[in-house]
Ligand binder design. Sequence first.
Ligand code: AMP
Length: 453
Amino acid sequence: MPPRSSLVYQACRYFSELATLYGYLPIETPIFEHTQVFERSVGEATEIVGKQMYTFEDRGGESLTLRPEGTAGVVRAFVQHSLFMTEQLPWRVFYVEDMFRYERPQAGRYRQFKQLGVEAIGGKGPQLDVEQIELCLRFLEGIGVGDLEVRVNSVGDESCRPAYIRELRGFLERTEVAASLCGECRERAERNPLRVFDCKRASCKAVVAEAPRMLDRLCDGCREHLELVASGLEAVGVGYTIDHTLVRGLDYYTRTAFEVVCGSLDAAQNAVAGGGRYDGLVELMGGPPTPGVGFAVGLERALLAAEAAGGIETSARSRSSGKAPGSPEAGGVPRFDPTVPVPDTVVVPLETTVARASISSCLGLASALRASGMVAFVADGGRSLKAQLRSADRLGARVVAIVGEAEVSAGAVTLKSLGRDRESERDQVTVPMEQAVDRVREMLRASGEGLRE
Ligand code: AMP
């Protein structure tokens, strides 16, 4: 049975509040797109495109498809409106939208369902992946879903995946291996060999346990990215397991792929959220090479899991009291504030010899700032300090926190006010990390703009 509309409403509002703290702005994409948008981005050899799309011809003879997932439409909009020229990148957006897939309906699997998702387009740093995984998990925990496990993998990129796919295909086509695969997997071996890892049949599972692993074939760049994601997750207190069989259904993923599963749901439908990086997708859709990363939570499934664990959590209720327009009685989704969230603090890592420690302590600080109600995120990095400060200023950030080599070795952070007296030396101070949240709060008060509600 679909969840009650008031729960849907509360959960959506809680999601929007959390996403705002991470700097994400709401977006609405059309319910249908040209079929090509999904065929090109999701990939012709995937289950979604091959079997699950609701496709029809309009009166003009154009082929249209009801949205089966959120990323393709967001990326189409990003390219069509040339947002790579006009927006501060990464462009962070979130959506709460209905998706449509032709599937056999059962508990937790519907033909129309809601996904709550985020996309960050134009950032390549592992910190974005980490912040999204953290956001996803905090949301699920916040609505009361227990028994959660975060599974992470890397599916490689254009420099290491093609050779791996050839090797995997070669393995799957060996006579003795092919003989043990089911018919569907034999077909997958040809069209989309990675999907063989998704097969639930015991005989196929036994075969692929012997298959070469993408994890062992990653190029240096992909390996380092995965290691930084792993250390970043540790820094923000998110437990995870590395699962080399996690490939996800969509073609467009590169590097990080992740999934959150809930142990109290039936094993066949236990994924409550999934996401990953798609560094080649914008280019595939006709834009310039631009990395991206995103995830989606399946709302009905998450609410089923929350109800099984004793009902939607009170933290989600109380945070959602009162203010936003729309009402639970009206059912469905609240209207979201369409203004771009202004960051209270942008945390800037410096890519020095201590890049890993720097990124980890930036992630820890941004997480602590958000936990005390401030809008904060880690900058994408990869640029000079000056460029990062300029970009934080354009975003309207009120404080910039910098963690360079000296700060890492001293367990400290340099805080710089971008408020009214920004030129004054007094507005820059280096403090021990454990005092950083309080100092940022003081600086925001002193800037005269006060703390946001
Ligand atoms: P995907 O876009 O396939 O990665 O799915 C992301 C999440 O959406 C999954 O983890 C599920 O929680 C949810 N989901 C996918 N398909 C369905 C469906 N047919 N009905 C309900 N939830 C779904």
